[in-house]
Design a protein around this ligand. Structure first.
Ligand code: SF4
Length: 406
């Protein structure tokens, strides 16, 4: 289950996520709406939009979720009491992974204690950089001291693990300052069990988009990625998806479900869900979401079900982004020498992206899209694929939208 919290203290210069800085007055009503929505979907009712635009109810048997991810926006901008009642409203399994995204500035001992008592097992900290120049260029307000304090508070609260989000390619960043950020993150006490590092991207309409002098250089970003991969691997953090590294056993199970085209329920404004081959999205504006739930209307405004071939292609692209890779027989390399150079055998019959392939993952996806797919007729090989319906682009965007965003 994914719950979207669309409130931020301020908008970062690069951010195009669905979040607001002027809607904090809605927080309590918004949490009420999320709780009502949680109860509805946990009773087995999920609504989707038909091709003719009508909304219809469908039933599901979701059961307690294996993972719960509260993202945003900035979930740590919720009042502690609201965060507690929201988490406690979700019926969970004993081993449900519960991740909450947080801004380092918000993570006090009180906040971390509240999160732990409400069931958080993982905190995802939006650090981005430890270099004040880079943070300023990204429009971020916190500093390195706030990160150390937040990590100490998480540890004292007894939360099992935490992850750090980083961005590379910001203005003012050098190879040395990036190395210093990476080392600073690994030197945190305690060190993170999981790190995500994303290349800064320029999104249309953001303040960053209007300042070309702050735009990243792709070659430099490739070099930063290689530096990060080398340093993380040396510290025992293994890459398990292009932008994610973890100590063994600390991989984010919630995100792994996205990459396996698993089902997930969507709570909150702008949240995306996926159920039995249909993906859907809730209304974007928080006030509309609150109104819809309060008046008994569905918040779902869009859905789609993809054809089997498109779903199969998406499964291939998503699996290839992960360390697990894909069976050699499923990868239509054909006589494409470029594609052949970007993958390597993993020793167990699968092909995985080489480090260079990870840098050129979009190129790999484009080439796969242009390749004829292997037969989609039922076969033992096809039956083993995670073949749920999905749009390649939409899936990637959904996963991105619900990735670490604070
Ligand atoms: S990057 Fe994160 S913290 Fe910054 S405005 Fe976007 S959602 Fe909020």
């Amino acid at each position: 289950m994914y719950i979207h919290i669309p409130f931020c203290a301020r908008r970062c210069d690069y951010c195009a996520f669905s979040t607001w800085t002027d809607r904090h007055f809605l927080r309590s009503a918004y949490v009420d709406a999320c709780i009502a929505h949680v109860r509805l979907v946990q009773s087995g009712v999920v609504e989707v939009v038909c091709p003719n635009g009508d909304t219809t109810s469908t039933t599901c048997q979701p059961g307690p979720p294996a993972t719960l991810y509260v993202g945003g926006g900035t979930p740590s901008q919720l009042e502690p009491a609201d965060l507690s009642r929201l988490l406690e409203a979700v019926e969970r399994q004993p081993a449900t992974e519960v991740t909450i995204e947080a801004n380092p500035d918000d993570v006090t001992e009180t906040w971390a204690g509240t999160a732990r008592r409400a069931g958080a097992t993982r905190i995802s900290l939006g650090v981005q950089s430890l270099d004040p120049v880079v943070l300023g260029g990204l429009g971020r307000a916190h500093g390195a001291t706030a990160v150390a304090s937040a990590v100490a508070a998480i540890a004292r609260a007894g939360i099992a693990s935490y992850s750090v989000d980083l961005i590379y390619g910001g203005a003012g960043e050098t190879a040395e300052s990036w190395r210093a950020t990476l080392q600073g993150v690994l030197d945190l006490d305690p060190p993170p069990q999981h790190v995500s590092a994303y290349a800064l991207t320029v999104e249309a309409g953001t303040p960053l988009s209007r300042h070309p002098s702050r735009h990243p250089d792709e070659d430099e970003q490739a070099s930063r990625y290689e530096i990060a991969d080398t340093i993380f691997e040396a510290a025992g953090l293994r890459w398990y998806e292009i932008s994610n590294w973890a100590k063994p056993g600390f991989e984010c199970r919630h995100n792994m479900n996205y990459w396996a085209q698993g089902d997930y329920l969507a709570i909150g404004a702008a949240a995306h869900g996926h159920l039995a081959g249909t993906r859907f999205r809730n209304t974007t504006l928080p006030e509309r979401y609150v109104e819809a739930i309060a008046s008994g209307r569905s918040p779902v405004v869009w859905s789609e079900t993809l054809a089997p071939a498109a779903r199969e292609l998406e499964a291939l692209e998503l699996a290839l982004r992960t360390r697990a890779g894909v069976p050699r027989a499923n990868l239509p390399i054909g006589d494409d020498p470029v594609l052949a150079r970007l993958v390597q055998a993993d020793g167990g019959g699968n092909l995985v992206l080489s480090r260079r392939g990870r840098l050129l993952a979009n190129e790999v996806a484009c080439r796969l899209s242009a390749s004829p797919m292997p037969s989609s007729e039922p076969s033992p090989r096809a039956a083993r694929r995670p073949g749920r319906p999905a749009s390649p682009g939409e899936s990637a965007r959904s996963a991105e939208t619900q990735r670490e965003t604070v």
